[in-house]
Design a protein around this ligand. Structure first.
Ligand SMILES: [Zn+2]
Length: 381
């Protein structure tokens, strides 16, 4: 058996919920969990540079998308230039997805077979094939610290019959990906971890069947995919809950593509250690800001001469230096600086929430934290 590549250490557990605070040790640094990972789709978090992220915001791990980087500039090109860390000048850890989600959400024509998925590039229409083995190769070419196994991400809703067929295909792919990964890294000087992905649409029995079968892989961590595909929000939480007691306590669990600020603690309370979401960055660019006092829709006329900061409790550069009135002006003028300042604040807000949650777990006060968070959601604006 291969020694663990990326190790996870639990430092505190909540006595009431399933939450835990931990440390994820990677070749590019130690990450405090629970952690929110900003999304750097094209090897960049839109609007921020790497110094903003690593130095100012303290981001320890970023997510990058295999689908996009495979198509452009290409994984072999990135490998020849020394890997993704060097290419994008990023000193900390990188997690890459398998490409499966984007193939199913972005590409035009696609054909799923037991061998993999043939898809048409959304850039120029060229045909490409992802197999469990080829997506491992692409992610190893990037030099990702944490890789994901190829999965099929069904839309919502699908029939139980289709969800079962699809989940079993994802399971076979996970075994193939894992075998290929183990053979590829046997002689590798760098450590990498491959996380398989639990699927099964929103059917708890299929989720449990999938998670149970994935235990055979003895992976360094497990991802829960197929969320945020259009299902009602409470169902995403129930789906995560369905496999909490199946997945090994000692390994990190990653809920892919969730959630809103108020949901972060709900996932953590259900045993989740890692999350990613485009919401803080995408919403920032669209004028939708998350603050400790609720959301701010910056275009509203009420902010026209509002000289206060976006969030008086936030210590980010945007909140220290600029007013709501100035942010509104930049937004309405379509200025580039707006996107940069707004994204910086929203990502900071997510990271602050995760730090508060982690602190609450360590001081064993997460139940109170959850109560307050739920009250804030229920309160009218
Ligand atoms: Zn701020």
């Amino acid at each position: 058996m291969m020694p663990p590549q990326v190790t996870f250490q639990i430092v505190a557990e909540c006595s009431t919920t399933r939450a835990r605070a931990g440390l994820l040790h990677t070749p590019h640094g130690v990450i405090e969990t629970p952690v929110f990972m900003p999304v750097g789709t094209q090897a960049t978090v839109k609007g921020l540079n790497q110094r903003d992220l690593a130095t100012d915001l303290g981001v320890k791990i970023l997510l990058a998308n295999t689908y996009h980087l495979y198509l452009r500039p290409g994984h072999e090109s990135i490998r020849r230039m020394g890997g993704l860390h060097r290419f994008m000048s990023w000193p900390n850890a990188i997690l890459t997805d398998s490409g499966g989600f984007q193939v199913f959400s972005l590409s035009g024509l696609r054909k799923i077979t037991d061998q993999g998925v043939v898809f048409q590039s959304h850039l120029n229409g060229d045909l490409h094939t992802f197999t469990p083995e080829s997506t491992v190769d692409a992610q190893l070419a990037f030099g990702s610290d944490v890789l994901m196994a190829l999965d099929e991400c069904p839309a919502y809703p699908v029939s139980h019959e289709y969800a079962r067929e699809s989940m079993r295909r994802t399971l076979r792919w996970a075994h193939q990906a894992n075998n290929h990964f183990l053979s590829r890294i046997a002689d590798s000087p760098t450590r990498h971890a491959l996380f398989p992905i639990v699927q099964g649409s929103m059917f708890p029995d299929l989720r449990r069947e999938c998670a149970t079968a994935l235990l055979d892989l003895d992976a360094d961590g497990y991802a829960i995919g197929g969320l945020s595909v259009g299902e009602p929000r409470p169902m995403s939480l129930e789906t995560v809950e369905a496999t909490e007691n199946v997945l090994p306590r000692a390994k990190p669990r990653y809920a892919m593509g969730v959630g809103m600020p108020a949901e972060l603690s709900e996932y953590v309370a259900r045993g989740i250690d890692m999350m990613d979401c485009v919401l803080p960055s995408r919403n920032a660019r669209n004028g939708y800001l998350f603050t400790s006092q609720g959301r701010v829709i910056i275009k509203h006329a009420r902010y026209k001469e509002d000289e206060g900061p976006l969030d008086p409790h936030c210590t980010c550069y945007t909140c220290r230096k600029y007013s709501r009135a100035y942010m509104r002006h930049l937004f309405l003028s379509g200025e580039i600086l707006y996107a940069s300042l707004a994204t910086r604040h929203n990502i900071c807000r997510y990271l602050d929430i995760m730090r508060e949650i982690r602190q609450a777990i360590i001081s064993n006060s997460l139940p109170e934290y959850l109560r307050c968070a739920r009250l804030a959601v229920a309160a009218p604006e």
